[in-house]
Design a protein around this ligand. Sequence first.
Ligand code: BGC
Length: 753
Amino acid sequence: MKIKTLYLVWAFIVLIISHGCKTKDNNTNSIEGKVEALLSEMTIEEKIGQMNQYNGFWDVTGPAPSGGDAKMKYEHIKKGWVGSMLNVRGAKQVREIQKLAVEGSRLGIPILFGLDVIHGYKTIAPIPLAEAASWDLKAIKKSARTAAIEASAIGINWTFAPMVDVSRDARWGRVMEGSGEDPYLGAKIGIARIKGFQGKDLSAPNTIAACAKHFAGYGFAEAGRDYNTVDIGTSTLYNIILPPFKAAVENNVKTIMNSFNILNGIPSTGNASLMRDILKDEWGFKGFVISDWASIAEMTQHGFSKDLKDAAEVAVKAGCDMDMESYGYIKYLAELVKAGKVDEKLIDDAARRILRVKFELGLFDDPYKYCNEEREKELIYHKDHMEAALDMARKSIVLLKNEKQLLPLKKNQKKIAVIGALAADKNSPLGSWRIGSDDNTAVSVIEGLKNHKVSFSYAKGANLVIEQPTFTTVVKINKTDKSGFPEAVKLAQSSEVVIMVLGEHGFQTGEGRSRTDLGLPGVQQELLEAVYKVNRNIVLVLMNGRPLTITWADEHIPAIVEAWQLGTQTGNAVAQVLFGDYNPSGKLTMSFPRSVGQVPIYYNHYSTGRGNNVEGNVFWSHYIDESNSPLYPFGYGLSYSKFDYSNLTIDDTDKNKIKVSVTVTNSSKTAGEEVTQLYIHDRTASVARPVKELKGFKKYRLAPDESKTITFELGPKELGFYNNNGKFIVEKGDFDVMVGSNSQSGLKGEFTL
Ligand code: BGC
């Protein structure tokens, strides 16, 4: 008996040791090992639960779902059936729900808390399109870092940003959320944002997982109407739409969101070729894919899936790992697996990807690491964040016109009039997509001028909106009330210079905000012209979330400043630029059309067979009532300095490293920053190449009279392209190269590959 007991003890010890060894061999200390160990303990329902994301109990950012209430969500959390929640925020609230999951469910798996932290949480940075205009990757990264610090202090560990959709259509309201029309720049900016959000160590308490969205094609909605059909060729898909996503994956983005749209007849949410073949197999993406809001359910409306059950089956097979607010996975996946319609391996794969991100975030070590109310109080609106927001705002401003050097205004300038409802607005400059922000917390232009000790008189002229809109209400623009015009005109008459602040309301762009008219909304154009009749000395400060057709203003107004929606620090940034305390250096990342009829308009278009305008010829590719060129091209922006380009040299001896350099001289008396851009044109290729493609840029400062040699290197990555089979190839041949200060002007040369 004794011996038997001894034997049993010995056998037990051997078992423990061998289990320990096995454990070690399988490396359960590694994240992969831990994921596998946890996965092996989970029921099918719990694994599917990880794939289920619910909206919080408030803050709906999409149409209210039909099937689910707070009580049901609460019960599901306790069952371990909720992998993630969106729109729950605040350290206290997040802690409460996290506690329910961690202490109330069988396996205690922590929840991922996601939110659209698009350009700041409380301290609001400029809208992403504005930030992109800075071409300053360091500043953009810092802006995302700041947003992550604030968001992580209120319980959020995952942001649905950056949006890396390339778009060429200013009618689409979501252009405000992206980086503009260029895939090369868009990829670089996307990487900067991802690095800012995710930091060097994702398990740190102030870093959050990023999400590159919307995969794919969402920015190419027909006619710029949100959610509309996307029908594009392979060349556009591979060379324009996919590169920023690929760059995001190469730079370790943790999640990808698919999109609402149909792409060449197949909804992106159910598109296996996109998510399985390209993203996961070809690019080796290890993170997980989330649907967009109810985009699984919407596949039924696309005429692609019979019902929600069918949609859930299609989506999971296509590689969509998490269901945002369709309730399709939680309702039907277990049944589909049991019926043999969905392989359980697909469920394992999705759950594995989601758990991996949770481990990487360190949520299993401390599920409450983002829920510290003290930290929340300390970090929200922190002065460092305010400074970062101000710096980003100044860098985002683009000087579009400055005739006779009207700007910068003198500090002792007398009799300044400020006109326009937006000049006094503290809400609109926060822009769209700023869910966490407090209303009316932007420094208005008027406040900024006062902070700057500028004396001026103000007249509104006209209301822009009839009532204050919100993220979820329809914007009502004032199209009739001009009763404030006489007062504004009178003020302008008695002033030496007039600063007019006009543009779009912050909620005229963003999701669901497409426009067919890209002019100044409401009665603002009339107001501008009425003021112009009595005083031509106008500085037009534009606030808008997309390119506008401001052809009349460009013809008549001497100075135009593009101030977008610059966030919390708007007024301070604008004042610094207007009065020369900051020398503007921003450059447009979307072409400004002359007329909406030119849209989509973009610099990297193809050459037509009939591109030449021969005097008297009718049959060439043009409009009979408008020129082909944009009003302001991609890459364009002025400075208070003057930069001269000379001495273009090209060294193509090493075909893998073609060197192109120019000398840039600041020939003014003002120090300033320039963004030098390099464009190439592959003259003849097996798939025709665009007339120009950005392949390098550098931003740097030059003191007065200082010169600098700027050098670029071009290798296969820059010189190749995707053919129509989606294969990246580099072809020998002749190339044009242009280096300059925007996409339409620069020094030109050529080389042979
Ligand atoms: C948008 C996404 C966003 C999601 C969650 C959707 O309507 O398209 O970009 O992340 O809502 O708010």
